[in-house]
Ligand binder design. Structure first.
Ligand code: AMP
Ligand code: ZN
Length: 483
C-alpha cells in the first residue's frame, strides 16, 4: 500500500478494554500468536471463525506494510475436557473411544484442519507450532518458575496465582461463570491456581507422557502457549489472538506464566484480541452433537467454503454472529455476484494492471483503509469492493490493481475464483455434471426443432433433481441448494 495515505491501525485490546493504535515492538514488524486447534476432533465452523479473524488481522498488517511473523499452535496434548484442571485429556479420551493411538488421532485431525485452512484461503503462518515437539522446552520453562511461583500436589505442579500482580486482569472481575468452569482440586491454594504439569496418576500409563522433575506426565495446556509464543516471538511481542472463551481462563493463565517467567509485570503480548462466537441456535456447533457443523457439512450441501469466509467477513469479529443456512446461502449469492463482477473486470483489464492515480479510486482505497484500520471493520470494507466493481467507466487496469489490494486483505481468492467453481455439487445430488450437460444439449436441440413439450419436460426433470436452468447465462445451470 502507498503509505503516504495510510490511516493508523487501531485495534481493540481486551486487556485495556479500549481501542489502541498499533505500535509494533520492533519497528516495521508485526509478531502475532494465535491459539490454534485442539486436534482430538474436527474443528467446527465456529472454531474456523477464529482463524478467519486471525487471518484478516495478518493480511491487514501485511497490506499496511508490516513484516508479519504469525505463529499458530497445534494443541496435540494437554487440553482437558474442561478448560481448567478437571476431566480427561481430550486426546487420550478420543484415543480410548476410537481405539486409535493418540498420535494417530492428532495427525488425522491436524491434516483435516489444514485442509479447512486451505479451503478458507487462510494464509500459512510462519510456523505451525506443534505442542508435542516442544515438551522438553516446556519443562525447562516450568522449571524456571517452579520455585517462586508453583507448588506440587499429588496430581501435578500448580501455579499459585497470588504470586503475580493483577491475576485475571484480562477477564475482569471473576464471574460466577468462570468459577463454574474451574473445578476444585484437593489441596489447591486458590480456586484459580492451575496445573502447569499434570502427573500421570500412579498405576496408570498414558500414551502421551514425558519424564520431568515432577514425575512422568504431560504439560498443562496454558504452559504450551506461553512457551511457544516466547520461543518464536520473544518475551514481549505484539498481538495474541483467540476466541472470546480464552479471555477468562486460558489467556489469564498464560499471562501469569509469562509474568513469572519474564520477571515482569508485562503480560507478554501488547495487545490481546478476541473474536466473538459463531452461534447456532439449533445446537449443531457442539462436537458432542454427532453430525456437528464442520466445513465439510457445508460443502456437502453445495456451499463453497469461501461463502462461509464471506459470511464471517460480513460481521465485525467482535460481534456475535448467528449461523443460519439462510445467511450462508445469502453470502454465497453475494459471492457469486462479486465473482461475476470480477470476471467482467478481468476481461476488460485484459491482463493489465496500472498504478492507481485516478482520484475516485484513490479515495475509494482511502475509505477501505479507514474501514479496516478501525479495528478490522471488514463489514464496512466489503461494500467498497462492490462499489469498485460498479465503477465501470474508470480505467480497468487501475481498478484491477485496487481489487487485488482489497482482496489481499479480504482473502476471497478473487484473482482466480470462477463462477463455475462456486457451483459445488451437493453430496446428495442424483445426477452428475456430464449427464446435466447432455440433457441441456438435448433440450437445445428440441427447442431448435420447436419441440417445446420435450424441452419443458427436460427442464422439469432437471428441476426435480435440484438443477436450476439459467437460459441466456453462459453458465447454463446451477444447483439449487436445499435449506
Ligand atoms: P479449541 O479447538 O477448542 O481449542 O478451539 C479453537 C479456537 O476456536 C479457540 O480460539 C476458541 O476460542 C475458538 N472457538 C470455540 N468455539 C467458537 C465459536 N463458537 N465461535 C468462534 N470461535 C470459537
Ligand atoms: Zn493458547
Amino acid at each position: 500500500m502507498n503509505d503516504t495515505a495510510a490511516h493508523p491501525l487501531k485495534l481493540f485490546n481486551s486487556l485495556t478494554r479500549q481501542m489502541e493504535e498499533f505500535v509494533p515492538v520492533h519497528p516495521g514488524e508485526a509478531r502475532v500468536y494465535t491459539c490454534g486447534p485442539t486436534v482430538y476432533n474436527y474443528q467446527h465452523i465456529g472454531n474456523m471463525r477464529a482463524y478467519i479473524f486471525a487471518d484478516l488481522l495478518g493480511r491487514t498488517l501485511s497490506w499496511k506494510g508490516y513484516r508479519l511473523t504469525h505463529i499458530i499452535n497445534i494443541t496435540d496434548v494437554g487440553h482437558l475436557t474442561s478448560d481448567a484442571d478437571a476431566g480427561d485429556d481430550k486426546m487420550e479420551k478420543a484415543a480410548a473411544q476410537s481405539g486409535k493411538s493418540a498420535w494417530d488421532i492428532a495427525k488425522y485431525y491436524t491434516d483435516a484442519y489444514w485442509l479447512d485452512i486451505d479451503r478458507l484461503n487462510i494464509r500459512q503462518p510462519a510456523k505451525w507450532a506443534i505442542a508435542t515437539d516442544h515438551v522438553e522446552e516446556m519443562i525447562a520453562f516450568a522449571e524456571s518458575i517452579a520455585d517462586k511461583h508453583c507448588y506440587e500436589l499429588e496430581s501435578g505442579l500448580y501455579f499459585d496465582v497470588s504470586t503475580v500482580p493483577d491475576y485475571g486482569r484480562l477477564s475482569g472481575a471473576q464471574s460466577d461463570d468462570i468459577e463454574g468452569r474451574i473445578e476444585a482440586v484437593e489441596g489447591k491454594r486458590h480456586p484459580q491456581d492451575f496445573a502447569i504439569w499434570r502427573k500421570t496418576p500412579a498405576g496408570e500409563t498414558r500414551q502421551m507422557e514425558w519424564d520431568s522433575p515432577w514425575g512422568k506426565g504431560a504439560p498443562g495446556w496454558h504452559l504450551e502457549c506461553s512457551q511457544m509464543s516466547h520461543k518464536y516471538l520473544g518475551e514481549q511481542f505484539d498481538i495474541h489472538t483467540g476466541g472470546i472463551d480464552h479471555r477468562e481462563i486460558h489467556h489469564p493463565n498464560e499471562i501469569a506464566q509469562n509474568q513469572a517467567h519474564n520477571c515482569s509485570e508485562h503480560s507478554g503480548a501488547n495487545i490481546w484480541m478476541h473474536n466473538n462466537f459463531l452461534i447456532d441456535r439449533a445446537g449443531k456447533m457442539s462436537k458432542s452433537s454427532g453430525d456437528f457443523l464442520r466445513l465439510q457439512v457445508l460443502v456437502d450441501r453445495g456451499i463453497h467454503p469461501l461463502a462461509y469466509r464471506l459470511m464471517c467477513l460480513q460481521a465485525h469479529y467482535r460481534s456475535e454472529l448467528e449461523f443460519t443456512w439462510e445467511n450462508l446461502v445469502a453470502a454465497l449469492t453475494r459471492l457469486k455476484r462479486i465473482v461475476m463482477g470480477v470476471e467482467r473486470l478481468l476481461e476488460k483489464a485484459d491482463g493489465q494492471t496500472a498504478p492507481i492515480d485516478h482520484p475516485a479510486l484513490l479515495q475509494l482505497r482511502d475509505r477501505f483503509d479507514a474501514a479496516l484500520s478501525e479495528d478490522l471493520n471488514s463489514s464496512k470494507g466489503l461494500p467498497l469492493l462492490e462499489e469498485l466493481l460498479g465503477l465501470k467507466k474508470l480505467p480497468a487496469g487501475q481498478r484491477r490493481a485496487l481489487l487485488s489490494e482489497m482482496d489481499s486483505v479480504l482473502g476471497l481468492q478473487l484473482a482466480s475464483l470462477t463462477r463455475k467453481q462456486l457451483r459445488v455439487r451437493p453430496a446428495g445430488a442424483e445426477i452428475d455434471e456430464a449427464a446435466i450437460e447432455a440433457k441441456l444439449d438435448q433440450r437445445q436441440q428440441a427447442k431448435a426443432e420447436k419441440d417445446f413439450a420435450t424441452a419443458d419436460a427436460i427442464r422439469d426433470e432437471l428441476t426435480a433433481k435440484n438443477v436450476e436452468l439459467m437460459d441466456g447465462d453462459p453458465l447454463r445451470w446451477d444447483w439449487t441448494i436445499e435449506i
